[in-house]
Design a protein around this ligand. Structure first.
Ligand SMILES: [Zn+2]
Length: 265
């Protein structure tokens, strides 16, 4: 089935009738796939790999940063040609094109990846495509097409740089609305100070769940204040029965024999 045909009849989301447990009906790879995401990372079962490199990012000056409520998350559009992700487990250069987040309705859950069975309060994803492809659209379904930096979030101190986004979320309450950030935003400033990471081959965590993502999940969470996370919970999906955009996370999927490698400095 063509994707636009599916989208007409099945508007996926996170509600009781269109949430992750129903995605497999229209996207069979949800169950049959062999490299789905997210996963539960059990630290003692990961393999430290001395061949892995540190992650090296630069996101450039950008121009106007557009923030959007997609109905499934907030999303910040990046300026791909100004950006560069190299190192880590990656071959070649990747360009960042968007970032977004997943969160819960209250503290205690909300992240997609879990660590030793423990869920965090939110998870931020910075999505990059492989520069061997001309654009994200060409890369999105290729096995080596995408690389996502995953940043786990726990409730704690205010993050000064995240305020650039937190302050602007009130301007994109409604699904489909957009807002140009008043200040420049540097995604690098959201990465944890400790750059140790886990990496494994996985997928998009939203339909169409393409198995195209090299995941780089930082081991150490960052902190956002209760007020900063609350700004995310005030967004709406635009659906009358699912007004608040919360609990927009897919639960962990099966590892299916994959090795999770760990970079430790
Ligand atoms: Zn995501």
């Amino acid at each position: 089935m063509a994707l636009d045909f599916i989208n007409k009849f099945f508007k996926w989301g996170y509600g009781p009738n269109n949430g992750p447990s129903s995605w497999g009906k229209f996207f069979p790879i949800a169950e049959s796939g062999c490299r789905q995401s997210p996963i539960d990372v059990i630290d003692s079962e990961t393999q430290e790999d001395s061949n892995l490199q540190p992650v090296d990012t630069s996101y450039g000056p950008g121009e106007e940063y557009k923030l959007e409520n997609t109905g499934a998350s907030w999303q910040l559009h990046l300026w791909p040609k100004d950006t560069r992700l190299i190192g880590g487990p990656l071959r070649g250069t990747f360009h960042g094109f968007q970032m977004h987040a997943h969160w819960g309705s209250e503290p205690g859950f909300g992240s997609e990846h879990t660590l030793n069975g423990h869920a965090f309060d939110a998870e931020i994803h910075i999505v990059h495509y492989n520069s061997k492809y001309p654009n994200p659209g060409e890369a999105i379904d290729k096995p080596d097409g995408l690389a996502v930096l995953g940043i786990l979030v726990k409730t704690g101190r205010e993050h000064p740089h995240f305020n650039v986004i937190a302050k602007s979320l009130k301007n994109v309450h409604d699904s489909g609305s957009t807002h140009i950030l008043e200040e420049n935003f540097d995604p690098s400033l959201l990465l944890p100070q400790n750059r140790n990471y886990y990496t494994y081959p996985g997928s998009l965590t939203t339909p169409p769940l393409f198995e195209s993502v090299t995941w780089i999940l930082f081991c150490t969470p960052i902190e956002l204040s209760p007020a900063q996370i609350q700004e995310m919970r005030k967004l709406t999906t635009g659906c009358a029965h699912e007004k608040c955009l919360v609990n927009n996370f897919r639960p962990p999927t099966q590892l299916k024999g994959r090795t999770i490698r760990k970079f430790k400095q």
